[in-house]
Ligand binder design. Structure first.
Ligand code: NAG
Ligand code: NAG
Ligand code: NAG
Length: 195
């Protein structure tokens, strides 16, 4: 049994050493700040303001935040005041990239926030989508167009109906009555049958 215990202990030691080794090897990336975004995809309307947010809920605190915009030529750094529309404000747990006003051509894409703390670096990506003002208006314009068409159709229909109705109205005084009495008889019959 003593040898069994020794074997278990040896196996444990090997595992511990392996674990420590793996930690040391992967440490560079694993120990850096874990960054989260909320949400991962942001939608904004052209001309409006939007805030892209990255957070780090861990220790040690983030000492430096940087933002990049992914482009074909590689990540483009964003500074506070870039283009007169992009503003950055950060503290040790949070960074906000505020874009105002949103530009339909320039702004859509992937934004990377990069955080540095004592132990390393971490980053997260926010995808920004921008809708055109017109796109936001389309459903409204559609309803307006629909109402206009309906009103026009009703108007034309009413205008066409009126002249032909005049002769109908002259002898129409008794016709509806006939119809009504017939209906009433019908109803009475149905009611009697039902009883
Ligand atoms: C960013 O720029 C704005 C306006 O230019 C300024 O008010 C603000 O204090 C700046 N923020 C930082 C963190 O430098
Ligand atoms: C960082 O800023 C956010 C919002 O501005 C605030 O809620 C949070 O308390 C701040 N954190 C620190 C450590 O100042
Ligand atoms: C963060 O930015 C630095 C340069 O400022 C870069 O070397 C590093 O690779 C970036 N890290 C991540 C995770 O993007």
């Amino acid at each position: 049994r003593g040898t069994d215990g020794g074997a278990v202990m040896a196996a444990g030691l090997v595992l511990l050493t392996l674990g420590a080794l793996l930690c040391a090897l992967g440490g560079a990336s694993a120990a850096g700040p874990k960054i989260s975004t909320s949400p991962e995809t942001e939608h904004g309307n052209e001309g409006d303001a939007i805030e892209l947010i990255c957070k780090c809920n861990g220790y040690p605190p983030v000492t430096k935040w940087t933002w990049f915009k992914m482009a074909d030529q590689g990540p483009q750094p964003i500074l506070n005041g870039t283009d007169g529309r992009l503003f950055i404000s950060s503290n040790d747990s949070r960074t906000v990239l505020r874009i105002i006003p949103l530009n339909l051509e320039k702004d859509p894409g992937n934004y990377v926030c990069n955080a540095t703390n004592q132990l390393g670096e971490g980053s997260a990506v926010v995808n920004l989508r921008v809708r055109s003002r017109l796109a936001a208006l389309w459903p409204f314009l559609g309803i307006v167009a629909e109402v206009l068409v309906l009103v026009t159709v009703i108007f034309i229909y009413e205008k066409r109906r009126k002249p032909s109705e005049i002769p109908d109205d002259d002898d129409g005084g008794s016709a509806p009555l006939k119809g009504n009495t017939a209906n009433n008889k019908d109803k009475n019959v149905r009611q009697r049958n039902a009883n």
